[in-house]
Design a protein. Structure first.
Length: 441
């Protein structure tokens, strides 16, 4: 009896299974269709570019690769969330004229432009221009040099783009030249050598960048700047960015980072700028800075950043609401030159060995010019230079009465062979509550 019941149940189960089977097959077919659709979509969202192109140049695969001049169309075809791959191989992408980009992604779905090798692994694709290399060492050779071309011109519509794994060599005024208001630009894992500038804006056009992220970018050899940001550019984060001008002279003049206009809400973390050089006569002022910001910029944080070897200032900042946290500046004519009048704070920073490269600027650790108000907390200053001044004020005597500056210092250590302070007209220096004597002029 038990056996018959068991057999009966088994028969019922078998019948049920026979009815369920078509449903299972149908559901499996739907899953396969969804998977294949996803694969087709993924395939459609990838485009491929090589230095000379191949096949029908549609960019659908390596066998039909497009060329770099087609990159704007490849970005359009890849679409939001898509990727445009540039081949990183022995042959570089050679450029003599700029390339316009007016396509992009959408919020949360950028288009990625990245270098990969033939196996699909991330690798830096090389873009090589015509700028004279090595850089001239005389004014005569500089006047005759090939300045090279900028590379990517970012125009209206070039929003939500992510560039990575690229290498630029011998380029002119910008690997990236912003020629419109754009949003959500990311640059990562990029190196550049021998450039007028790496990142530039067109001063004759709207060029605000909203939401700019730069990470692990290195620029070796520039005669103007690594980065220049302008107008209302905001929400900027730069992390692990390195710039070395390598003393490319004669271009009047190099600045590692140049912020102007109303640039605001900017964060620099672990960034390094060094060796900006301007050579002039012995009685002239020599420019050449690491990090600079002009009047009108505000709300800027420098965290764990380093500036060195510049013939003017390591940090030359005219911003209000600027904080330098754990920054180091050494071997510049003026290690810190801070002009702001509101919320200008140095905290846990280090200044070492300011030196005079030439011209009429004496070496200083901190200079507070023209009405600046600077707060210095828990910083350290060291040198072996008898000509150095640690806390230096510079009154604006172009107005009457001259407008002096104030430096307020707490908890900071000094080990200097030079002068502790220079207190100019109508200026003050307080060290742990003690006012330093007036020097005048």
């Amino acid at each position: 009896m038990i056996t018959k019941r068991a057999l009966g149940l088994g028969a019922i189960s078998a019948v049920a299974a026979s009815f369920a089977l078509p449903f299972r097959v149908e559901r499996s077919a739907e899953a396969d269709e969804r998977r294949e659709s996803g694969e087709r979509k993924s395939f459609a969202n990838r485009r491929y570019i090589t230095p000379v192109g191949s096949g029908n140049r549609s960019g659908t695969d390596w066998q039909n690769a497009a060329t770099l001049v087609d990159i704007n169309e490849m970005i359009r075809l890849a679409g939001p969330g898509g990727t445009v791959n540039l081949l990183a191989g022995d042959e570089p992408f050679r450029i003599t004229d700029p390339i316009a980009i007016s396509r992009g992604g959408v919020s949360h779905a950028p288009v990625k432009v990245m270098g990969i090798d033939s196996a699909g692994a991330p690798a830096k694709a090389r873009v090589v221009g015509t700028r004279t290399s090595p850089y001239p060492t005389t004014r005569e050779d500089f006047a005759a040099m090939d300045r090279g071309s900028d590379v990517f011109r970012l125009k209206a519509g070039a929003d939500h783009l992510h560039f990575s794994f690229l290498e630029f060599q011998n380029i002119g005024n910008g690997a990236f030249l912003v020629q419109a208001n754009i949003a959500a630009l990311t640059l990562e894992d990029i190196i550049a050598t021998n450039a007028t500038r790496f990142f530039e804006r067109d001063s004759n056009k709207m060029c605000t960048v909203t939401d700019l992220k730069v990470r692990r970018v290195s620029v070796d050899g520039f005669s103007k700047s690594a980065f220049r940001l302008d107008q209302n550019t905001s929400n900027v984060v730069m992390e692990d960015v390195f710039g070395d001008s390598m003393r490319q002279d004669f271009d009047n003049f190099a600045e590692g980072v140049d912020l102007s206009g109303n640039v605001h809400d900017v964060v620099f973390r672990r960034c390094v700028m060094r060796n900006s050089q301007q050579t002039r006569g012995p009685d002239d002022f020599w420019n050449g800075d690491g990090f600079t910001s002009e009047l009108g910029t505000h709300s800027i944080l420098f965290e764990d950043c380093i500036a060195s070897g510049n013939t003017d200032a390591g940090f030359d900042l005219k911003s209000n609401n600027v904080t330098l946290l754990r920054c180091k500046s050494y071997g510049n004519a003026a290690n810190f030159k801070l002009w702001g009048k509101e919320k200008v704070v140095m905290q846990e920073c280090v200044s070492e060995n300011p030196i005079q490269y030439g011209g009429n600027q004496s070496p200083t650790h901190i200079t507070a010019p023209w009405g600046a108000k600077v707060i210095v907390k828990n910083c350290r200053f060291t040198d072996r230079n008898r000509d150095a001044t640690v806390y230096h004020t510079d009154a604006n005597d172009t107005v009457k009465p001259p407008v002096g500056s104030t430096i307020t210092v707490t908890g900071s250590g000094v080990n200097s062979s030079g002068k502790l302070s220079f207190v100019d007209l109508n200026s003050k220096v307080f060290i742990d509550g003690v006012e330093q004597p007036l020097d005048g002029r």
